[in-house]
Design a protein around this ligand. Structure first.
Ligand code: CA
Ligand code: CA
Length: 482
């Protein structure tokens, strides 16, 4: 379980088509006309296929999770990212009108870029709990089209009561100068205060040791805090090289342990994905509430590896076949035990004369259960001598690394040498990744040719008396005889 919170409504895309001639008048006509045209066009909008752009634009509510006490206000931004050539835009937003009402809607700077003229209008219906906001560049040239990321509008909500609601974006439109639709997706927000949103999640068993290939893993799809559940649908995707779904069984929750009749259906759209739906079929209609297990997916572990168990396309319906707002939480499976260890580090010589080349030998071992790629850094005090890459070291294998340290430019002194292997993303034992050499390396400077003081003293000691003796001897020889 990785604690990732995802919203329920994902990838909701509207691709309306409309009369280009009519919309092309937008740039000249009055504010009311513009907004009416957009709204009317939207009523008659229908879906069309579009090719997916390389980096498709996204319109999204920010922040995605919101909370404030009754009586308080809070702001959300409706932002756009990865946009290109935007000349006008529209979005609709809905919420539960018993929980929130809109106080204000302000234009963001995305389209006007703080310099261009725009027509901006917001229609708010606090009784129904929705608003429509439109914005178009007003008589500006094609080159003024907006791109990149920015804020379309800021919406201020007032909290009327405790509860929760989706801040649901729909009927979003992004148009270029030629009134051509720009493909995009939208992502919704959630408000929650003093009430718990149902959570759909993947529950995996806690195991003491990693599951070896061949073992079985039971993943439960569970629901928490749901009321009036009548029908549910989920898809789950994972890495099929790591796990293989061998069986899917209905959980006891919706049938209330068999007291109610259900229809349970499983499909496998592609390798590594399963979609499951389950509906109550009793007449008169019954529902289930509270917490429980919807389904159990039995996996066999294929290999060492890790994978997210991604819950998507989840839908919960109540007895009126209305969607139940919920959060979903993915699972995460791993049986990888990463553990690199530096086993030894030695030098060819420890008493070094500056200028010597010292050969350093490092032995590393993969004590984990999968092959690893990593770097080993060798240090002398605070200087990095070398980074040695190790590629694809198999589980249980050792590798000896050597490097020649040229000490030509180092200062005299003590050198503490150590080897440091990368901490793997899934490292289970980081302590043994660093090893310091047992002995320090002592570097001394080369002896320069010494001034021969002793020799000079000795020479002086011999030569001076000799000279004196010679001097007196000579004088005596020269003195005349009397
Ligand atoms: Ca380790
Ligand atoms: Ca270890």
């Amino acid at each position: 379980m990785n604690g990732t919170w995802k919203r329920v409504f994902r990838g909701h895309v509207m691709m309306p088509m409309f009369n280009i001639k009519k919309v092309s008048q937008l740039r000249e006509k009055s504010l009311l006309y513009v907004t009416l045209v957009l709204v009317i066009l939207n009523v008659f909008a229908f879906s069309m296929k579009t090719s997916v752009a390389q980096s498709e634009a996204v319109i999204y509510v920010s922040p995605d999770m919101n909370s404030a006490a009754p009586g308080e206000s809070f702001d959300i931004k409706v932002n756009i990212k990865h946009a290109e050539n935007v000349y006008s835009w529209q979005f609709c937003l809905s919420w539960d009108p018993t929980v929130l009402e809109v106080q204000d809607v302000q234009e963001g700077f995305f389209l006007n870029q703080r310099i261009y003229k725009t027509i901006f209008h917001a229609f708010v219906d606090n009784d129904a709990g929705n608003l429509t906001v439109v914005c178009v560049l007003k008589g500006e040239p094609r080159s003024s089209s907006a791109r990149g990321d920015g804020t379309l509008a800021t919406v201020t909500f007032y909290v009327k009561d405790t509860g929760y609601t989706a801040l649901h974006l729909y009927d979003t439109m992004v148009l270029d100068y030629d009134i051509l639709e720009l493909p995009h997706t939208s992502e919704h927000g959630i408000f929650q205060y003093g009430a718990r949103i149902p959570i759909l999640r993947v529950d995996l068993p806690t195991v003491a040791d990693p599951l070896t290939p061949g073992s079985t893993l039971d993943a439960n799809i569970t629901i928490v805090d749901v009321a009036n559940l009548y029908s549910w649908m989920i898809c789950l995707s994972w890495d099929p090289t790591v796990l293989n779904a061998t069986n899917i069984q209905e959980g006891p929750f919706l049938s209330q342990e068999g007291a109610q009749t259900t229809a349970f259906d499983v499909t496998y759209p592609e390798a590594g994905t399963v979609c499951v739906n389950c509906t109550l079929v009793d007449d008169p209609i019954v529902t289930a509430g509270g917490n429980g297990t919807l389904a159990t997916i039995i996996f066999s572990v294929e290999h060492y590896g890790d994978t997210i168990l991604d819950l998507h396309n989840t839908t919960l319906l109540d007895n009126n076949l209305m969607e139940i707002l919920h959060l979903s939480e993915d699972g995460y499976f791993t049986n990888v035990m990463g553990d690199i260890a530096v086993k030894s580090i030695e030098a060819s010589i420890y008493n070094v004369t500056v200028g010597d080349t010292v050969s350093i030998t490092v032995t590393v071992e993969n004590e984990g259960n999968v092959a690893e790629n990593f770097d080993v850094l060798v240090w002398a005090n605070i200087t990095r001598l070398r980074t040695i890459p190790v590629a694809d070291l198999a589980s249980g294998d050792q590798k000896t690394l050597t490097l020649d340290w040229n000490t030509q430019n180092i200062a005299e002194g003590r050198y503490v040498v150590k080897a440091e292997a990368d901490i793997l993303p899934h490292e289970t034992d980081p302590e043994d990744n660093t090893l310091v050499m047992d002995d320090v390396i002592q570097a001394t400077a080369q002896r320069e040719a010494q001034f021969p003081t002793t020799l000079i003293i000795a020479t002086v000691a011999i030569i001076v008396p000799l000279a004196i003796i010679l001097f007196y001897f000579t004088r005596r020889k020269r003195s005349p005889k009397t």
